[in-house]
Design a protein around this ligand. Structure first.
Ligand SMILES: Cc1ncc(C[n+]2csc(CCOP(=O)(O)OP(=O)(O)O)c2C)c(N)n1
Length: 572
């Protein structure tokens, strides 16, 4: 630490060091950074904005910036840097950092701070930023950067590599580098010459050797071969794990209960409507597996989770790196190594499951699909919106689903489709905050994106649309407007009629057509399924709000009708 009356270090050292840091991030494969305005952070922002290897996305507010980075990191699978100024600005990143921690999303959070001598002494815009994100950060480093000696340049290059490797490897997650910066933030005589270059050939200062892909746990191939009724459950999966699970199930005749978030709802073995099927007690009792392989995070479906918790057969979780996905204490074995190679090795054993096991699931699933379609009819209900999104969104597009009814309706009503959209969501901490910002982050990766969300979630994050306009990003907002939180009507709290409407449902009562136009978006009220299908299939065109109006209480009835129709189809 430099005492206040010590001679000032040569001006501009922090710029030299931060330019080296940004250069090193790019060498480690970081492609994107998000910034928001401020004075103390300006040396960090300058370094990121001037780094040719990074695309920088500027945002007015840090909460939007953080969730945008989450969406971009999810869509690209690579770490995204997020820089902000000191004080409450750094605290605005808390929800995104927690989502990244819970959801396994690689972020490199760079917070500018006052130097130690200006902390807790009444200087402006200071909060305690040391370990601000607590256990959510995989790594915290206090990185004072102001004297650019050759040793300091080597240190900061190595630090950038450490931050990128820590964020992106094992179970990905957020890292926090807190950067105290002293005045003058901009040297009065202009910026000094850049740091000495890094390693030759554009390689990182510290390379990271890949971890060898491990195979399946010892003995699992034999247990799988002996199983009569093996089953795969695929939740939010990383990389190609979902596609590998679909291929594995098809190769061995093993049913794959596939959440749309897994990417496995395709192929010969995928089961789409497990949520509705497992609500039917006789079906759930008859279809008990003797071995369950779980891939990725657990799906959302409560009937599925309850059923898994009550099974006697062995349950093995593959690809869990850094996670213990066992809220019900039902796992027998946990295998951290990537799931894909383990599944490919298991598929190579070639022993197909007992004849009739997959057929029974597929037959029930097909019957459930027909029953759901006929229960829904042509009406534009909330489940119909989800079903239509699953059927009509073009291949190669991305659907971002909000953590209220949309993620559940996608799970229940999405059809099997080999060329369906990629489905993403903030299912780490399950917040409804940041839904629009994260969808925009996914759009910044270049894919056409539709975000399916309710009116409360949209109202919560409307200002993210400022970033859409500033960066000319296209986004289709599929807004289900039931004027409040429809999800709560499924819960006992709906019976507390004295407080429910005001304090739980919280109807926003907003005119979304006017709001959309205010943010430079177009607005269309969608009144039937044909119009919805056409609008969803249309090519991206700026920010479009497609509003579907529904009724919260009626929505509960539609869902009950659907579950009853599936039960009747199974009884028949
Ligand atoms: C940040 C945050 N605050 C509160 C909640 C609790 N919550 C879950 S769903 C929901 C209401 C969502 O309403 P809406 O977006 O209209 O969707 P719908 O329930 O109608 O599908 C709320 C407040 C949450 N998940 N995240």
């Amino acid at each position: 630490m430099t005492a206040p009356d010590a001679p000032a270090p040569p001006a501009g050292g922090s710029h030299v060091l931060l330019r080296a840091f940004a250069d090193e991030l790019a060498r480690c494969g970081v492609q994107h950074a998000c910034t928001s305005p401020g004075s103390r952070s300006s040396p960090i922002v300058l370094a990121l904005a001037r780094e040719p290897g990074l695309t920088c996305w500027s945002h007015l507010d840090e909460r939007v910036s953080g969730f945008f980075a989450v969406g971009l990191a999810k869509a690209t699978g690579t770490p995204v840097a997020v820089a902000c100024t000191s004080g409450t600005a750094a605290a605005e990143l808390v929800p995104a950092v927690h989502e990244a921690a819970q959801g396994g999303v690689p972020l490199i959070v760079l917070t500018a701070d006052r130097p130690p001598e200006l902390r807790d002494v009444g200087a402006g815009q200071v909060i305690d930023q040391v370990k601000l994100y607590g256990t959510a950060a995989k790594l915290f480093v206090e990185a004072g950067a102001d004297i650019a000696t050759p040793a300091a340049v080597r240190w900061i290059r190595a630090l950038a590599c450490r931050a990128a490797w820590a964020a992106g490897t094992g179970r990905p997650g957020p890292v926090h580098v807190n950067v105290p910066l002293r005045e003058p933030l901009l040297p009065p005589d202009g910026l000094p010459a850049p740091a000495p270059p890094g390693r030759p050939g554009g390689r990182p200062w510290v390379r990271r050797a890949g971890t060898p892909a491990a195979g399946p746990p010892a003995g699992l191939a034999e247990r799988l071969a002996a199983a009569e009724r093996p089953l795969v459950v695929a939740g939010t999966a990383r990389g190609s794990d979902g596609a590998d699970a679909a291929a594995f199930g098809a190769a061995l005749g093993i049913p794959v209960l596939a959440d749309p978030l897994s990417g496995a709802r395709r192929g010969e073995a995928a089961i789409a409507h497990y949520d509705a099927l497992l609500r039917h007690a006789p079906f759930a009792a008859a279809q008990r597996p003797d071995l369950v392989l779980r891939i990725g995070d657990l799906p959302t479906s409560k009937p599925l989770r309850r059923w898994l918790a009550g099974l006697d057969g062995e349950q093995v979780a593959l690809g869990t790196a850094g996670r213990f996905p066992d809220p019900d204490g039902s796992l027998d074995q946990i295998a951290p190594a990537p799931a894909g190679p383990a599944l490919s090795a298991l598929a190579g054993t070639g022993r197909r499951a007992a004849a009739g096991w997959l057929d029974a699931w597929r037959d029930a699933d097909a019957r459930a699909g027909v029953a759901l379609a006929s229960a829904l009819g042509l009406e534009l209900s909330e489940p119909a919106v989800a079903a239509e999104a699953g059927a009509s969104l073009p291949s190669g597009s991305t659907l971002w689903v909000a953590s209220s009814m949309p993620v559940r309706d996608a799970e229940t009503f999405f059809p099997l489709r080999d060329d369906g959209p990629r489905v993403l969501a903030n299912r780490g901490a399950n917040g409804i905050d940041g839904t629009v910002a994260s969808a925009l982050g996914a759009a910044a990766s270049g894919a056409p994106v539709t975000v399916h969300l309710g009116d409360v979630a949209f109202a919560y994050d409307l200002t993210a649309l400022i970033s859409a306009a500033r960066h000319a990003l296209a986004l289709t907002v599929l807004l289900v407007n039931n004027d409040g939180g429809g999800i709560f009507h499924f819960l006992p709290i709906a019976g507390a009629t004295d407080a429910f409407e005001e304090h739980i449902a919280t109807p926003p009562g907003l005119d979304f057509a006017t709001l959309a136009r205010g943010f430079g978006a177009t607005h269309e009220l969608i009144e039937d399924r044909v119009a919805l299908a056409a609008a969803l299939a249309a090519p991206p065109d700026g920010v479009r709000v497609l509003e579907v109006r529904t009724d919260r209480a009626e929505n509960v009835e539609v869902h009950r009708r659907c579950w009853a129709a599936v039960a009747a189809a199974l009884d028949a």
